[in-house]
Design a protein around this ligand. Structure first.
Ligand code: PHE
Length: 499
């Protein structure tokens, strides 16, 4: 079992005051996100453009359904990826396998056929499921228990994520739009390969973090669990293949909305099963079960946060395109350029947040994770609140200054940095050692739900007046914040010593 280093040993500070291993993980995740966001930036265009234009010629309905299914499955599968790492492979090997799947998936998309397109998407879902959560889990494991640098380490790691998100649409988008969509996917695949080489070469700095599956302490029991897990994965893959087939068939034959409905129920069902198991199963100690209840509180807050945040690419993009005057010095810039704004803010502000947490921690005044989460919800709510006057001005076809949306994105980023890296860090602290990967998967499940809710909210865009839509999002988010503020104390108690 991966033992965590003791705090008493001399701390490794070779990467901006953090262990050198963080650099390896930082760049691995940077390239993975490069690949993910680069691919995502051109996915919808590739699907909707005519075959003569090098696209697949899908209608908006079908393209939207595939896009939604893909985006939420990617994070949902992190749950399975975390479990496989805990029981069979350990996180380190899981990340390697995930990276290979992702690169293979991107290269499948380069092939001009609809079949290889779907195969590629499935490989990408499985690969991201294996890589994304597990690389975050390893970040948690390179710090000794109780090391005050952990939250700030996750903030730095988060910068890597956004650096990848920032540069890839430039490369993949350029090659995709100017040369061919499919070659754009090839560039995304190459990025993942670079990341893999870096990961393998930098592995020596990771010590034994994530090297082995988690142990129960009894080798005989471990062996039995591993064998059962391997059998279960066989079954699980079968079920997944069936689901994927049903999904593709569904996309082709049903409407986008009926698929989205089914998916919502599936996500709810999975969450209920997961938390019932984590909180009520006798297999956990009382302390572990209490911590799982705390995870549930953070889980709900996180899902609601992402529900508003993830509208950045949907309803807010529509607002950018239809109701925002995008002239700067006489130049009309494309609406999609707004996609850069958030990652730029993140990269600029992540070090500031890392520094603030560390400075507060040194004085013993660092806020608890649920307190940081409530401020995340506050910023997310405010981001939509300022759009209420903006959308009133834009009623009847008017256009508002770009500063409104820029302000929204800025506030969203403050929220993101108060919640997202903190959430990753909290999961790594609250998880029982033998379920570290699985619990990280639970975190991604909350994102998956948030994305689903965001899609639903965005589909109301033309159905209700904008001030009402944005106002409701702000209202829900503020209500969640208030509720969470009342829950801070009991949650901190449930966390039993973890902050
Ligand atoms: N920008 C974040 C990322 O790509 C968004 C996200 C947060 C995704 C949490 C999944 C989970 O990592």
């Amino acid at each position: 079992m991966a033992t965590r280093p003791e705090l008493s040993t001399v701390p490794d500070t070779r990467f901006f005051g953090h262990p050198r291993g963080l650099a390896t993980l930082f760049f691995t995740e940077m390239w993975e996100r490069f690949s993910y966001y680069g691919m995502r930036a051109i996915l919808i265009y590739y699907m909707t453009h005519k075959i003569a234009e090098g696209g697949l010629g899908f209608g908006d309905d079908k393209a939207g359904a595939v896009y939604g299914l893909y985006a939420s499955m990617v994070y949902l599968l992190c749950l399975g990826g975390g479990w496989v790492a805990d029981r069979i492979t350990g996180q380190r090997r899981a990340v390697l396998i995930g990276g290979v799947f992702i690169a293979a998936g991107e290269f499948c998309l380069v092939v001009p056929s609809e079949t290889s397109f779907y195969i590629g998407l499935v490989l990408l879902m499985m690969g991201t499921g294996m890589l994304k959560g597990n690389v975050s889990t390893i970040v948690g494991q390179i710090y000794p228990k109780g090391d005050p640098r952990r939250d700030s380490g996750f903030s730095l790691f988060y910068m890597g994520i956004n650096l990848g998100a920032l540069i890839s649409p430039i490369f993949c988008g350029y090659v995709g739009e100017r040369i061919s969509w499919r070659l754009g996917f090839g560039v995304a695949g190459l990025g993942m390969l670079v990341g893999l080489v870096q990961y393998v070469l930098g592995g020596k700095y990771l010590g034994d973090a994530g090297l082995h599956p988690a142990s129960t302490g009894d080798p005989e029991k471990d062996r039995r669990q591993k064998n059962n897990a391997i059998k279960a994965v066989g079954g699980g893959l079968g079920v997944f293949a069936l689901l994927a087939l049903a999904g593709v068939a569904g996309v082709i034959h049903f409407t986008a909305t009926s698929i989205a409905d089914m998916e919502g129920w599936a996500l709810l069902g999975i969450s209920v099963v997961v938390f019932s198991w984590m909180i009520f199963s006798r297999g956990w100690t009382l302390e572990e079960r209490k911590r799982s209840a705390a995870i549930l509180v953070l889980f709900v807050a996180s899902a609601l946060f992402w529900a508003s945040f993830e509208q950045a690419g949907s309803s807010l993009s529509l607002f950018a395109e239809r109701s925002t005057d995008r002239h700067i010095f006489g130049f009309l810039f494309p609406a999609s350029w707004f996609q850069f704004v958030q990652p730029i803010f993140v990269v600029a502000l992540a070090p500031v947040f890392a520094w603030i947490w560390l400075a507060l921690a040194r004085r013993g005044r660092e806020p608890s994770s649920p307190a940081k989460f409530s401020s995340g919800l506050f910023f997310a709510g405010s981001a939509f609140a300022i759009l209420i006057p903006a959308s009133m001005m834009a009623a009847h076809g008017g256009q508002v200054a770009i500063w409104w949306l820029t302000g929204t994105y800025f506030l969203q980023t403050l929220g993101e940095l108060s919640l997202s890296p903190v959430g990753l860090s909290a999961m790594s602290k609250l998880a029982p050692d033998r379920a570290a990967g699985f619990v990280m998967g639970i975190w991604f499940l909350s994102t998956s739900i948030g994305n689903w809710l965001a899609g639903r909210a965005a589909s109301l865009y033309s159905a209700m007046p904008l001030p009402q839509l944005f106002g409701s999002v702000a209202g829900f988010t503020f209500a969640a914040m208030l509720l969470l503020i009342f829950l801070i104390r009991p949650t901190v108690r449930l966390m039993s010593g973890v902050r």
